[in-house]
Design a protein around this ligand. Structure first.
Ligand code: ACM
Ligand code: ZN
Length: 493
């Protein structure tokens, strides 16, 4: 283990706390260190004992309730004899525990005395993992949730359906397993297939683990485009009725859900109801990105729908679909989220106001959405949020489509100073996305994620100047090594 035993808390802590005072001395954490917690925080007391390798019983580490603090806020005091954590909720005390864990990892359990008063700048601090293009194992996803939560991230957006594979089990739709979850690996000549569904048990295991780490899960059901796998299983949901295949290539596919077929909405209502039951958190992502309109233009049922609604252009059907799907999500008791294309073609039909817009093609979509009264999550591929992109513009680097340097990520601002306060007030926060067309293994995923995910987490918790962030690079490298993740070690840009 590489450690920094003599250093002060201020040179080790990342994300940067709101308020930090270094103090003289150290607290030595060992297996006989004891933990106590007031009743509301009992579960955190247990978790602390497990995560820091100490025991319950005495008050060497004490979790206390302090009313009137914000939900995620905490106050952490490390003195030579005692560690005291104050918060109003288990979430706040978990954030404090994460800060303690990072310090312990960096100092081989010799914690520098300090006072930390901390709370986040943004409520939405997320990361997305594409498990359609390539699947990742339950232990690996849990490892990512653990590390993400260690840096105060609090949203796991789980991309579970796309052209190249469907991963959510639904009762009554057996062909999701037999057809939609598998693709032929056409680079091989032996007919082998790739993929499967996650089981309900696996999903529930990951969800329970995320909740222990105070992270919400947002399942994504892509609509109305990026649905080739679903159409291969249920061709009646497409405009031409197929036959369709689950592709083993990447891009944007012309065949999408038919906007004129009521059967599509019957399927979606059932799917959304089942997904809402399986996933207990308040949000469902309904996709909405990269949906071509050519199939709708050529389809008699879609043209009838346009006539019925008095629409001039097929792209306006996307607003129709978004609105109907949002209603299904609301009926299931959840809040819909969509990629920023949901703002297009909405002149006649508008958009439900409770739809949260996730802005990926720059900040512009998010700014427009905010002006139109929507809440917004910023995840611009133009500003470092796409982690499938290379770390550097170099042939030697793995990655796809673009570049997100460490400097880009360390500079990310989901609400730049130029934004009008009226726009800013609707911006919940931001997130990083890892698309996995070219990411076939968890080690590759780690290389792309770390340390970028840590810089992203810092900018969402308490944004700093770029150079202030980059000064912590060595500390983050040490944490990557101590956490056992592969990481990028090259130039900043
Ligand atoms: C996206 O990257 N297509 C949301
Ligand atoms: Zn159609």
């Amino acid at each position: 283990m590489r450690t920094h035993q003599q250093m002060k808390a201020s040179s080790l802590l990342f994300p940067h706390p709101r308020h930090l005072e270094d103090k003289e001395g150290v607290f030595r954490l060992h297996e006989t260190t004891s933990v106590a917690a007031e009743p509301l925080l009992n579960a955190i007391g247990d978790q602390c004992a497990v995560l820091l390798g100490c025991k319950r019983g005495g008050e060497d580490i004490l979790f206390k309730v302090q009313k009137e603090m914000a939900e995620e806020a905490y106050r952490l005091t490390i003195t030579k004899n005692q560690i005291v954590i104050r918060s109003s909720t288990p979430i706040g005390s978990f954030r404090a525990l994460s800060t303690l864990r990072r310090l312990a990892l960096l100092t081989d359990n010799i914690l520098p005395c300090c006072l930390v008063e901390d709370e986040p700048s943004y409520s939405w601090r997320g990361f997305m993992l594409d498990c359609s293009r390539h699947m990742f194992s339950v232990p690996f996803i849990k490892k990512l949730i653990d590390i993400a939560s260690l840096f105060h991230l609090n949203r796991f957006h789980w991309h579970l359906t796309d052209d190249q594979g469907w991963r959510i089990p639904l009762e009554g739709y057996e062909k999701l397993e037999t057809t939609a979850s598998k693709r032929t690996e056409s680079q091989y000549t032996d007919g082998r297939t790739y993929g499967r569904l996650y089981t309900k048990e696996e999903i529930l295991e990951i969800q329970a683990y995320a909740h222990e780490h105070h992270m919400l899960i947002i399942p994504e059901l892509e609509t109305p485009g990026h649905v080739s796998a679903l159409l291969a299983a249920y061709p009646e949901l497409g405009c031409t009725k197929g036959p369709y295949t689950v592709p083993d290539s990447w891009g944007i596919f012309e065949e999408v859900l038919c906007a004129g077929n009521e059967g599509v909405f019957t399927f979606l209502e059932d799917a959304i109801a089942q997904i809402s039951e399986l996933f207990s958190d308040p949000y469902i992502h309904i996709g909405g990105d990269e949906c071509p309109h050519r199939a709708w233009e050529a389809c008699p049922a879609c043209r009838n729908r346009m006539k019925e609604l008095d629409l001039q252009h097929a792209h306006q059907l996307q607003a129709y679909m978004t609105s109907r799907i949002c209603k299904l999500v609301e009926k299931a008791g959840k809040r819909p989220i969509g990629w920023d294309e949901v703002l297009e073609g909405t002149e006649l039909l508008g958009l439900p106001k409770d739809l949260i817009v996730m802005s990926w093609r720059g900040l512009g979509g998010g700014i427009e959405a905010s002006k139109r009264g929507h809440q917004v999550i910023m995840s611009p591929n133009t500003a470092g949020c796409y982690f499938d992109y290379k770390h550097l513009d170099s042939e030697e680097e793995m990655g796809n489509l673009g570049v997100s340097t460490l400097r880009d990520v360390a500079s990310f601002a989901c609400t730049p100073p130029s934004l009008d306060p009226s726009v800013r007030q609707n911006i919940l926060g931001g997130q990083a996305n890892l698309w996995t067309e070219k990411v076939t293994s968890s080690k590759q995923a780690e290389y792309l994620l770390f340390p970028r995910l840590m810089f992203m987490a810092g900018q969402l918790w308490n944004p700093q100047q770029t150079e202030t962030n980059l000064a912590k690079r060595e500390v983050l490298q040490m944490l990557c090594d101590n956490l056992g993740v592969l990481s990028y070690r090259g130039p900043l840009s």
